[in-house]
Design a protein around this ligand. Sequence first.
Ligand code: ADP
Ligand code: MG
Length: 869
Amino acid sequence: MASYTPMIQQYLKIKAHYKDAFLFFRLGDFYEMFFDDAVKASKELEITLTSRDGGGADRIPMCGVPHHSAKGYIEQLVQKGYRVAICEQTEDPKQAKGVVKREVVQLITPGTIMETKVVEDNKNNFLTSISSFDNNSAFGLAISDLSTGETRVTLIHGRIDDVLQEIYALEAKEIVVDSDLKELIDKHMWDGVSITLSKENDTDIPEQFQSLVSSIKQQPLVIACGRLLQYLHKTQKRSLDHLQPFVLFETDQFMKIDYYSKRNLELTETVRSKGRKGSLLWLLDETVTAMGGRKLKQWLDQPLIHRGAIEKRFSIVETLLNEYFVRQELRDLLKDVYDLERLVGKVAFGNANARELLQLKKSLAQVPSIVKGLESLNNPYIRELMNTLDPCEDLKLILEQALQENPPISVTEGDLLKDGYNELLDKYRDASRNGKSWIAQLEKQEKEATGIKSLKVGYNRIFGYYIEVTRANLHLLSEGRYERKQTLANAERFITPELKEKEALILEAEEKSIQLEYELFQQIREQVKTYISRLQQLAKLISEIDVYQSFATLSEQRHYTRPCFSEGRELRIINGRHPVVEKVMGSQEYVPNDCMMSEGRELLLITGPNMSGKSTYMRQVALTAILAQIGCFVPADEAVLPIFNQVFTRIGAADDLISGQSTFMVEMLEAKHAIMKATQNSLILFDEIGRGTSTYDGMALAQAIIEYIHNNIGAKTLFSTHYHELTALEMDLPQLKNIHVSAVEENGQVVFLHKLQEGSADKSYGIHVAQLAGLPEQLIKRAEVILTQLEAEKSTESVQQVNELEEREVSVKEQPAQLSLFADSNVTNNDKFTTKQKKVIDLLLLQDIMAMTPLDAMTKLYELQKMLK
Ligand code: ADP
Ligand code: MG
C-alpha cells in the first residue's frame, strides 16, 4: 500500500469500510471506480474500462461516470441488487493541502433508494430487518418503507422459513441481519427470489430515533427495530424526520395466506408471467392515486379477521357505491392529488424542489372539496373519517403565498418565489429588473447617438454586458468613450464606464436575489418539515378513501354484492364467479356456480375431466373469501361466509415454485405446511394433490390426507382429484360430499358446461373423451374391458386395501412365464396372465404418457419390469 499515491491510499482506506458496495469516488466532475469495482461496474453498466497509474507495480483498472449523469447509473446498479456508496469531496479542492478530504455521504441500497424511477408508484419499497431469539425459534421482523416513512414490527414464532415467506410475500427488497443470521439465511434463501441481504450487528437505537420505538415493549422487537434504524442511520447519514413510530402488528390480527397460496391464487402477480396483469390486484385496482394503489396492495396482503372492522369497510363501500355522482367527483378530485407520502419523504430527506412543493400545494387544494363531497354522505363511518381528517390549510396557505406557478427544477437559480412574498427579495428583484430596463434604454440611446441601427447591447458570462458594433459600422463610433473588449469575425464588442457601473449593480442584485431566494426556499422546506406527521396522517386517510372508492367502482362495474358473515360455520355462495377469469372471458361466457359448505358438507370432493373448471371453481371460492375479508364486495348474487383465519392452496405437480426440489417433494412440503397449520376455521384448497407420484401411491396419500383433514382438522376443504376411486369415501366420512363438473357431447364434440353438480362424475368420461378424439375402436373396446375389470376388482377390495395389495403382489416371489406378456401381446383372454402380469398391464395402461418426462417414463418402465421379475 505504501507505494500507492496518497489519493489511491485514501481510496483504499474508505473502500475497506464499504467492501460489499460499489464505491463511487468523486474526482472533480466524475465518480470514479477502481480495482475490482471498476472491472465489475464496467460490465454491469457497459462503460469503458481504462486504467491509471496509482503508484503501485501495476496500473489500476478504472472506470467512471460523469457526476451530473450519475443518477441513472446508480439506479441501474441498485436495481440489480447492488449497493452504491457515494463518496464526495468534503472540502474545496482549491483550499486543500494535500489530498482533498473525501467522505461517504450516503449508501444507496435496494431497500433505501428513493428515486422514483426505481421505486414503483403503486408498490411499497420495503426494507426489513430480522432478529432471532430462543435458538432460532422466534424472530422479530421490522419493516419500513423509506420512501413513505411507514414502519411496523411483528413477532413470528416459527422457523426462519416462515419469516422468509413473510418477507417474500411483502416483496421486500432488502433484509438486514447480523452475521450469524446472515449465514443461516444464505442457506435458506430460495433460488429465483432476488433480495439483497445486508449485515448490521449493531442494535442500539440511535438517539434521534428513540421516540419511534417508545411504544414497543417486547425486547426482541425493540432489537429488530434497533437494527433497522442503525442501518438507516449509518447508510443515509441524515435526519429522517418522516419515519413514523413503529406500529406493532400481530400476524394473527389478519387472515394468513402463506407465500405458496398467494402465488397459487395469483393475488398480486400471475404464476406464468410473474406480471401484475391477470392477478387479483390488477382486477381490483380502480384507485386513482399512487398512495391508494399501495394501500390497496397492503389491504390485499392483510385481509382482516375482525368482523366489525370488515363491516365498517363494507358500509363505506356500499354508501359510495350508491352515490354515483359523489364518487365520480371524488375520483376526479383525487386525480389531482399527488403522492403525498413520497413528497413528504423528499421533504424530510431535504431534497424536495419547488415543483414538488407545488405538487404538495395542489394536492392540499383538492382536500376541501373532497371533504365537502364526503360530508354530504350519510354514513357514520365516513363521518368518523372526516372528523379525523386535517386538511393542513395553514400549510396550503404558506405554499400558496410563496411559490411561483412554474418554478424550475433547480432550486439554486431563482424564479421559485412569488413577488410580494419577501420585501428584501422584491427590492433585489426591482434593482435587477430596473437595471435591465436601463440597459434596454441605453441601447436605444446609443443607436440614436451613433446612428448605427444594428448596434446592440448583449451579455455573456465572461465579459458581462457589452455594446456590439459590426465591423462595417466601426467608423461611426466616437473615439475615446468606447473601450474595446472582444473581437469577433465581423464585429467588435465594447464597454463604457456607465455600462460597467450599472452592470455591477445588476449582477449584485441578481446574485443576492438568487441567494436570498434559495435561503427563503430552504426556510419554507424546513417549515414543511414541521407538518410531516400531519401530512402523513392526511395521506393515510386519502389513500383509504381511494381504496374505498376503488372497491365501490369495481363492485358497480362488475355487479358484485355485499357479503354477510354467518354466525356459525355456514358458507353459501349463490352464482359465484371467479373475478379474474370472468373479467378476462367476459360475463356472458362465464358460468356462475353455487358453493354450499355447511354441516355435513365441510369437505367437498370434486371430480370431473381436465379443463372442466375444477381449479377455477376452487379458486373462486377462496378469492371470494379473501375479497370479503379485505372489505370488498364479491362476485356472486348472494354470499354468506364464515370468517376464515387462514387460506391454504396447494396444487398437485406444481413444478415452478422452488427449483432444486423434485416436484413431488414440493407438493408434499406444501401439503404438510397446510396440514400442520390449518385449523377448523381455515379454508383449504387441494387441487389434485398426489398427482406427482405413481397412481397407487398418490391415491393412497390423497385419501390419507382427506381423512386426516376430516378427522383431525375439520377445516373447510375443497379437494379436486382425478382418482375417481376416492369418491367412495363419501360413504365413510360424514362431512365429505362429492360434487362434479361434467362434460357433454354435442355433435361429436366434447363440451364442458363448467357447471358444478352434486354427486361424482361419470367414471367413463375419460374413455368417452378418447372415443370422441378418434382413437382406434379396438383400443377403446380394450379400455372398456379393463375398466370393468378394475371395477370388479375394486368391488371386492376396498380402496384402503389398494396399497396393501400392491405390496403383497410384488412380494410374491416365484412367478413363471415372464416373457409371455410380450410374446403374446394380442391375447385378449385374460386367463393367460398371472394376477401380477395383469396388474402390470393395467398399470401400464393407466400411465398418462403424455404427461411424463422421458426420465419418469424410464423409471416407470424399470419399475414395471422389476415387478415382472
Ligand atoms: P380443470 O381444473 O378442471 O382442468 P380449469 O379450472 O383449469 O379446469 O378450467 C379450464 C378452463 O375452463 C379455464 O381456463 C376457463 O377458460 C374455463 N372455465 C373454467 N371455469 C369456467 C366457468 N365457470 N365458466 C366458463 N369457463 C370456465
Ligand atoms: Mg385443474
